[in-house]
Design a protein around this ligand. Structure first.
Ligand code: SF4
Length: 398
């Protein structure tokens, strides 16, 4: 996740550019990235009341077998804290379909883990929101993929937009931080301006633009991914808004995710418009290091399998029902995980010869794989031109 607002504010106002990403990595010796305790996206269940067209977990409205028991989930919470995990996002399916979610969240909060909730927002009645507030969630993210019918069609249920908007209002009214997550495709890009307005009206703390990833049901939507030209237009719009918000002050924080070429596009914009801030920004982006699957981000699925991130469900690193999270994460000989952590990275195609690798990190591997390349090929959703990524003798970024 790239904190566009934070980084643009730093350039516009001269404020410190800390917190560029939610992930932080330590660069170790021996050509690899030190395995620091990651942010964990924990999909507690695949059960969901909606059937969203792009759901990476391919969730359905039914109980799946083999999901972690409460005892296993509580032990996993203990193990993660023991391993040094500082932040967990509870997701699904719809995480509120897990009846013991508040017991799991309470354990995490008691252990000092910053705990967020990622939900479709349709079940946020007063009782649920009171409970969410009392548990101590630090942030609640609600998915809104367009306005009105556009969202409802995306989510497969009429009325889900109104419920989700009401959910955000209820969470904000309870004094919690709440934001909106918006996955952009050709089907809903027409609502971008309206989504900015809605986020402002809701006083959302964050508006998160997610690029489409070809995982789960999202794999069937490849033809609906934006063209490179439209992705650039979208990014221009987001960056324009971020500048406007930075000058204005109190506005939703704008972040993007699932396409690390955004870091490059942001850098090029800052270098053009705020050249005095460019070197500092480059330093911050290099420290963050781009794609974070298997490094600063981990995923635990509903059955306890650990993956490098939620989108790489095909790579099973071990199961928390059988081994501690720390053992799976820190003592894992898996060669694919080792290659994700290897520095300098080794990619094929455009990514393999790109001058921005140190701040992009090759972006989203699963898209390369799903478009017929191998896992280490080019990310097909990279919207930079060949000229823009071309190494030159003078470039100082590799
Ligand atoms: S070519 Fe690959 S490494 Fe370079 S910016 Fe695009 S996605 Fe990132």
């Amino acid at each position: 996740m790239l904190r566009i607002s934070t980084l643009i504010s730093a350039a516009v106002t001269g404020a410190p550019a800390n917190g560029s990403r939610t992930t932080r990595v330590l660069h170790g010796r021996g050509g690899s990235v030190g395995a620091k305790a990651p942010i964990v996206i924990w999909n507690l269940t695949r059960n969901c009341n909606l059937t969203c067209v792009h759901c990476y977990a391919a969730a359905q409205p039914r109980q799946f077998s083999g999901e972690l028991t409460l005892d296993q989930a509580l032990k996993t919470a203990d193990d993660m804290a023991e391993a040094g995990v500082k932040m967990v996002v509870l997701s699904g399916g719809e995480p509120l379909y897990r009846k013991d979610i508040f017991q799991i969240a309470e354990r995490l909060v008691q252990l000092g883990v910053i705990t967020s909730l990622s939900s479709n927002g349709t079940l946020f009645d007063k009782a649920a929101v009171d409970k969410i507030a009392s548990v101590g969630f630090s942030y609640v993210g609600v998915s809104l993929d367009g306005l009105g019918d556009v969202h409802d069609k995306f989510r497969g249920q009429p009325g889900s937009f109104d419920k989700a908007v009401e959910g955000v209002r209820n969470v904000k009214a309870a004094g919690l931080k709440a934001g909106v997550r918006y996955t952009i495709t050709k089907m809903n890009i027409g609502d971008v301006d309206g989504m900015f307005a809605l986020a402002e009206e809701l006083k959302a703390d964050k508006l998160y633009f997610s690029h489409l990833v070809y995982s789960g049901r999202g794999n069937g939507l490849k033809e609906f991914d934006l063209t490179k030209e439209n992705t650039r237009k979208l990014m221009d719009l987001i960056l324009d808004k971020a500048v406007e918000y930075a000058k204005k002050g109190d506005s939703p924080e704008l972040v993007t995710g699932n396409n690390d070429a955004d870091a490059v596009y942001l850098y090029m914009r800052v270098a053009r418009d705020y050249p005095a801030a460019a070197d500092k920004l480059m330093e911050v982006l290099k420290q963050a290091g781009g794609a974070s699957a298997g490094i600063g981000v981990a995923n635990i699925d509903a059955r306890g399998a650990v993956h490098p991130d939620p989108l790489m469900s095909f790579l099973n690193l071990g199961n928390v029902a059988e081994k501690s999270f720390g053992e799976i994460w820190f003592q894992n000989p898996d060669p694919t995980l080792a290659r994700l952590r290897k520095r300098p990275q080794e990619f094929n195609g455009r990514c393999g010869n790109c001058k921005w690798l140190s701040i992009c990190g090759g972006s989203t591997r699963v898209r390369a794989q799903r478009m017929g390349e191998d896992l280490w090929g080019s990310d097909p959703a990279c919207y930079l031109t060949d000229e823009e990524i071309q190494p030159t003798e003078s470039h100082a970024f590799a």
